[in-house]
Design a protein around this ligand. Sequence first.
Ligand SMILES: C[S@@+](CC[C@H](N)C(=O)[O-])C[C@H]1O[C@@H](n2cnc3c(N)ncnc32)[C@H](O)[C@@H]1O
Length: 326
Amino acid sequence: MAQAQTIAPAQSPAAAPPPNWVASRHPLGWLIDRLLAVEPLRQLMFLQARRLIIRTAERRGIAWRARRQELQQQAEPLLALSTDPAVATPPYYRARFHAYDAGNLCWAAACEAEQATASMALRVWPSETLEPEQAQERLRQAIFAAIAPSLTGPVHRALDIGCSVGVGTLALKAWLDRREGTDVTVEGLDLSPQMLAVARVRDPEGRIRAWHHAAAEATGLPAADFDLITLQFVCHELPASATRAVLAEADRLLRPGGVVALVDQDPDSDVIRRLPAPIATLLKSTEPYLEDYFGLDLPAALEQAGFSDVRRVACDPRHRVLVATR
Ligand SMILES: C[S@@+](CC[C@H](N)C(=O)[O-])C[C@H]1O[C@@H](n2cnc3c(N)ncnc32)[C@H](O)[C@@H]1O
């Protein structure tokens, strides 16, 4: 298992500047950007990219298409149970994420999220021949190892915000149960009813206490109720103003001494900083708020939201965990 390496154990670690490619007009990137602006070309390029992603995943043992079908069949009947009609969906959330026209609000995104998460974990260690499950396990254990030093007391209740289809939520639950030696209450929360319906399919024994349909910035959950809140790979999908609102809500939901952990792309990572221009341009075109993510000083935003003892840990070659205490 990868050892989490603490880069800056000091309080208030300085924010890294965004990678050069974030605002870059590299000639090749510029050209791809122009091509992507032509709708039929964009569709063609994404179709090709999608085929490549699926082929690569299936070659690595991820049953992309079969699993998609299976999940959709089982999840569709759970949509009503996973939908709170009173939830207001913020306009930024309706953006075209990951090249799905309906973003996170469609069956394709929800029924391919597990496979995409498996592929993402494999990409972290490209030179190793890991099984998808091994890569996922390594990814999550490194995240939790980074969080552990900030947990000074027992964790009775944890909330995984932006839980998607529950891959990280279930891993968190297994890790906390082992750590505490008891059945810890873990809940998931997401704005996508389709993702939540798939999460329920993936949690047939009901190990997760609740799968909440809510906006992360206005959860409607009781104050000071959680010991730990995680946001795993969520912040890069948020405009900066939404991230600040989510941190304020996390501050409200945590008990004093509770811990928040944000895992996402590491602006200090060499792999991220050196992304080739075409890849960076394609990535930016599928992640509408990536520029906001890299432009925001997240450690400072955590402090402004009332958190202290901010730690930054590079948990793998691409990602970092920011952990802070309320
Ligand atoms: C990349 S996925 C997260 C993956 C998952 N946490 C994991 O570790 O595998 C981002 C998730 O955040 C959710 N999300 C984005 N903005 C949100 C918001 N404002 N409130 C709740 N969920 C949000 C999306 O619906 C999506 O499921």
